[in-house]
Design a protein around this ligand. Structure first.
Ligand SMILES: Cc1cc2nc3c(=O)[nH]c(=O)nc-3n(C[C@H](O)[C@H](O)[C@H](O)COP(=O)(O)OP(=O)(O)OC[C@H]3O[C@@H](n4cnc5c(N)ncnc54)[C@H](O)[C@@H]3O)c2cc1C
Length: 454
């Protein structure tokens, strides 16, 4: 007889793991199936390792600029093997922590590749063979994969994805980055700090195209100081691997020499097509279609995280997990306002925004006023020698309400949550989504605990 669980979660990334935890806390028997590592993309190939590398890069830049604040550091050089070792140790440490947390929460972790045969039946291919389990409810949280450019497919060596760029055996002398979005810009900062000649090629007219133009302009100016070149409004056409170093050819014929090319043009939802066809899941292009309760078209089957293609952020996945888990265990919750989920980019300087951008408001024809704050006029920023940055607060004049905040500057990702609280919650602090990974998440933990107590 196969085991039966009230809820089976497929995927143990931030979305799946949070969902499993919330269901278990609600008293359900829960299994979480994972085909690779606990923590998913976020812990193993995403948020955490990238932030570990960014921390080393920031330390290096701070050491080099230390003389500006009266501290002489004769030489500051990257020790790449140690930087890599530290990053890997952080990842394995959190894997252990999450495994312990699963045990403590009574979640049955099953390692293997899951296929859903029908709404209540899941078969799992483990290293020891095939096994089948039954589920009252299913939460799909299978994540996403990097988008490949058809003209320059990934080869794992010269044309690489966000996975390989985190673990390069050596610091490359030169790196071309196709795609100036979140991942491309963060990796540009890491390698520029390490001494790599970095060139970003972005097809749209500005870097970080999802943010307001002023923010992109400010970041691009700071990138220039770091030695990062940015080519905007042009696409990569092909690569020429016959030369040493190889070359990236742009559509207008310009060529850029590079030891490696990182293709970071976005991610797309990923799910085994067999699960889609066996369940008859309704899709929204490549993502699983869900309603505000995170229900799919199949009763008893929910989908969350990168798989539903909403935020492509870890804390977006956990926000959806909270809602899906509540609904899978008898609750009735909705996630209707995605604009209140902060958007965070951990570049030098950081970029964080919440609510509606100035551009979005203008497109909607909203009558707005914009208030600005400047890091160069802020005591702490000047004392810290981190003076590049601005805060823009967007107010809907008719409603006399703040509708959006964008922050560019030191620690922007840490205090954007405060802006989210201002805009959206009207005092309901338990409804704030905290960006990941930030120190402010410690506050989230404390708030959750406070609300969990009667
Ligand atoms: C380089 C990089 C940096 C990033 N930095 C940030 C950041 O700073 N902040 C942020 O918020 N977001 C960041 N992200 C995005 C973030 O990692 C994702 O949004 C997040 O991991 C999505 O969580 P998820 O639970 O939906 O999916 P995932 O984390 O992708 O987890 C899905 C899991 O499902 C498993 N799985 C898939 N199919 C099956 C199956 N059939 N059976 C069993 N298991 C299966 C996979 O192995 C995987 O472990 C970053 C991403 C990258 C690539």
């Amino acid at each position: 007889m196969s085991h039966r669980f009230d809820v089976v979660v497929i995927g143990a990334g931030p979305g799946g793991f949070r969902a499993a935890k919330r269901c278990a806390q609600a008293g359900a028997s829960v299994a979480c199936v994972e085909k690779e590592f606990i923590g998913g993309t976020c812990l193993n190939w995403g948020c955490i390792p990238s932030k570990a590398l960014l921390a080393s890069a920031h330390a290096l830049l701070s050491a080099k600029a230390a003389a500006q604040i009266g501290v002489d550091i004769p030489t500051a050089t990257p020790n790449w093997p140690n930087i890599q070792q530290r990053k890997d140790a952080i990842v394995t440490g959190f894997r252990k922590g999450m495994t312990g947390s699963a045990q403590a929460s009574n979640i049955t972790m099953i390692y293997g590749n899951a296929t859903v045969n029908s709404p209540g039946r899941i078969s799992i291919q483990t290293s020891g063979g095939s096994t089948e389990i039954e589920a009252g409810k299913i939460i799909l949280a299978t994540g996403s994969e990097p988008i490949e450019l058809p003209n320059i497919p990934f080869d794992g060596d010269f044309v690489i994805s966000s996975k390989e760029v985190l673990s390069l055996p050596e610091i490359p002398k030169s790196l071309a980055i196709a795609g100036g979005g979140v991942i491309g810009c963060e990796m540009a900062c890491v390698y520029a700090a390490m001494g790599t000649k970095v060139t970003i090629i972005e097809a749209l007219p500005q870097l970080i195209p999802m943010e307001d133009e002023w923010a992109a302009r400010l970041v691009q100016r700071e990138f220039k100081r770091l030695g990062i070149d940015a080519v905007t409004g042009r696409k990569v056409a092909s690569v020429d691997k016959s030369t040493e170093p190889a070359k990236v050819i742009l559509e207008d014929g310009q060529s850029i020499q590079a030891e490696k090319v990182l293709v970071s043009v976005g991610r797309r939802s990923a799910i085994d097509p067999q699960i889609v066809s066996n369940l008859g899941l309704a899709m929204n292009r490549r993502s699983v279609a869900v309603n505000e309760k995170l229900q799919t078209n199949v009763p008893g089957v929910y989908a969350i995280g990168d798989l539903v293609g909403t935020t492509f952020l870890a804390h977006g996945a956990t926000a959806e997990a909270n809602v899906a888990a509540a609904n899978a265990t008898g609750g009735d919750r909705r996630l209707s306002d995605y604009s209140l989920i902060p958007r965070v980019i951990f570049t030098f300087p950081e970029i964080a925004s919440v609510g509606r951008s100035e551009q979005a408001c203008s497109k909607e024809g909203l009558d707005i006023s914009v208030g600005k704050g400047f890091f160069k006029a802020n005591g702490r920023s000047v004392a810290q020698n981190e003076t590049a940055g601005q805060v823009h607060v967007v107010r809907d004049k008719a409603a006399n309400k703040i509708v959006g905040v964008t922050i560019v500057g030191f620690m922007a990702t840490e205090f954007v949550t405060l802006a989210a609280a201002l805009i959206g919650t009207q005092g309901r602090l338990d409804e704030i989504t905290f960006p990941h990974p930030t120190i402010s998440e410690t506050l989230e933990e404390a708030i959750e605990e406070a609300f969990a107590q009667n």
